[in-house]
Write a protein that binds this ligand. Structure first.
Ligand SMILES: Cc1cc2nc3c(=O)[nH]c(=O)nc-3n(C[C@H](O)[C@H](O)[C@H](O)COP(=O)(O)OP(=O)(O)OC[C@H]3O[C@@H](n4cnc5c(N)ncnc54)[C@H](O)[C@@H]3O)c2cc1C
Length: 457
């Protein structure tokens, strides 16, 4: 039995949640809150968490098994977690894995590209009003030696049939002109997803497919058995199977405490500018970019013309004692984080120094020691499904998770077996106080997040 303390979840203050982030193609009216769970109910599958993992699992399960009763419980509101607060980049690959053999590389690439295609298919099939673009993300290389090896890696991937490109000079400048960039790896199949649009757009689709969604329904205890009992403040669900779709929040549920830790990541958004103004400041036709440094900096242009930017230094990420997921944001610590992010933004795009910052927010990532995520099923009765630990790659992977979990649930999962996330064992994160001390000492000494380096797979 896992008993939880009061949910520790702050409100989403990101640019995505505000109507000002968008353009006329997006949803115009915010949806009204869904009622909390009240009283007792039963389910074949009860999903905890209303981000990409929970929503994609509800979508695929209710499509494949229309006769099953699926209940989704969200502590606050759909897309309140990282799925509604992120950098928006739909990326290929699995964080933590750099395959050295062609077969694995092709499998991973085709799985993640299939994940991005799957998001687009859903938008098209249900004619969702979702702002997204698919004109490529860049990994910017900031050092000549690393650019040489990135170029060689691109050629190797091309020889395996993977269509990424190495761009530099005048061609790079048509996409992006960050100061200090020597070159970049461009993947034109990647793009940007407005996560709040996507999740809100799917709400009526899920309702039509029979999924019962309850917002304001934090799960406060989980009693495992052949039937699992989930308790919320006003109700109870007795379910044959549950899905932990809580990524960075999962250790607070009593699961994966040594496997995942919540890393708070800060982002900011500038005032909106027109496309020509951004082009003058150095932003061309890229959906988004990340750099090649240990404390990754990343940025993207929203559909409403705001540059969002995060990372770039230790100060832009933090770990809070005891896996806390609500960022207290004392003015001093938060101000330091946002100043550090702003400095990094100005380093890459000096012309942004004069721009007004309209939004500052924090979100909870689920980080694993190897950076590789895991998707599978566990528990004495093999009825606790989970997908988590995407380590900053969850826009694609958490949306793919719904398909993977649905296939595992139905026993039809051959196509996922052997992929690095499939039933992957997670571990290696020490208990407190070593976790907190370890994180802070390690980041200060090395400038990186703690990480166990594994052999290439
Ligand atoms: C600042 C930031 C930038 C990022 N940028 C990118 C990017 O550009 N590209 C990329 O691929 N990834 C990015 N990520 C990561 C990506 O957003 C996540 O991996 C992904 O959204 C995880 O989705 P999820 O559904 O698993 O978790 P979440 O979206 O966090 O959803 C979990 C949900 O569970 C709910 N919950 C928690 N506890 C309970 C409970 N007890 N009862 C009921 N509900 C509960 C929460 O309220 C939350 O809504 C970023 C993350 C952050 C924070």
């Amino acid at each position: 039995m896992s008993r939880l303390t009061t949910p520790d979840i702050d409100a989403n203050r990101s640019v995505w949640i505000e109507s000002g982030a968008g353009d006329s193609a997006g949803p115009s009216v915010p949806l009204s809150p869904l009622s909390p769970l009240e009283g007792e109910t039963t389910a074949d599958v009860a999903i905890i968490g209303g981000g990409f993992t929970g929503i994609s699992t509800a979508y695929h399960m209710s499509r494949r098994f229309p006769e099953k009763r699926i209940v989704l419980l969200e502590a606050r509101s759909l897309a309140n977690g990282a799925s509604g607060r992120n950098g928006g980049q739909m990326l290929n690959w699995i964080a933590g894995i750099e395959p050295s053999d062609p077969e694995l590389a092709q499998r991973i690439y085709s799985a993640t590209k299939g994940g991005i295609d799957g998001i687009e298919d859903i938008i098209r099939e249900h004619r969702l009003r979702v702002r997204y673009r698919r004109d490529g993300c860049l990994q910017v290389i900031t050092d000549a030696r690393r650019a040489e090896s990135a170029h060689a890696r691109v050629e190797e991937l091309n020889s395996w049939g993977i269509p990424v490109r190495f761009v530099r000079g005048a061609e790079l400048a048509t996409y992006l002109r960050p100061e200090g960039a020597v070159g970049a790896i461009l993947d034109s199949s990647e793009g940007q997803l407005h996560g709040v649009d996507f999740i809100e757009g799917l709400r009526p689709v899920l309702a039509a497919q029979g999924v019962a969604i309850h917002e304001g329904s934090p799960v406060t205890s989980i009693r495992e058995g052949s039937t699992i009992t989930l308790t919320t403040p006003l109700g109870e669900v007795r379910a044959k199977a549950i899905v932990l779709a809580t990524n960075g929040y999962t250790p607070r549920l009593g699961y994966f405490k040594t496997g995942v830790f919540p890393l708070h990541s800060h982002m900011l958004a500038t005032e909106p500018l027109a496309a020509e103004q951004w082009a003058a400041l150095g932003w061309g036709r890229a959906s988004g970019f990340a750099d090649d440094l240990d404390r990754i900096a990343y940025g993207a242009l929203t559909p409403g013309g705001q540059l969002i930017f995060g990372g770039g230094s230790n100060a832009s990420y933090s770990y809070l004692w005891g896996n806390r997921t609500q960022y207290p944001g004392s003015p001093e610590t938060a101000a330091r984080s946002f100043e550090a992010i702003r400095r990094q933004l100005t380093r890459y795009f000096p012309g942004t120094a004069a721009l007004r910052i309209t939004h500052r927010w924090t979100g909870t990532l689920g980080l694993t020691m190897s950076r590789v995520c895991s998707m599978g099923v566990r528990g004495e009765h093999r009825n606790v499904y989970y997908a988590l630990g995407y380590s900053g790659h969850g826009v694609t992977l958490a949306n793919l998770a719904g398909r993977v979990l649905c296939d595992i649930y139905s026993g039809d999962d051959a196509r996922w077996r052997g992929l690095p996330f499939y039933q992957r064992e997670l571990g290696g994160i020490p208990p407190e106080p070593f976790r907190w001390i370890g994180y802070h000492v390690y980041t200060r000494l090395t400038g990186r997040s703690p990480r166990k380096v594994e052999g290439k797979r």
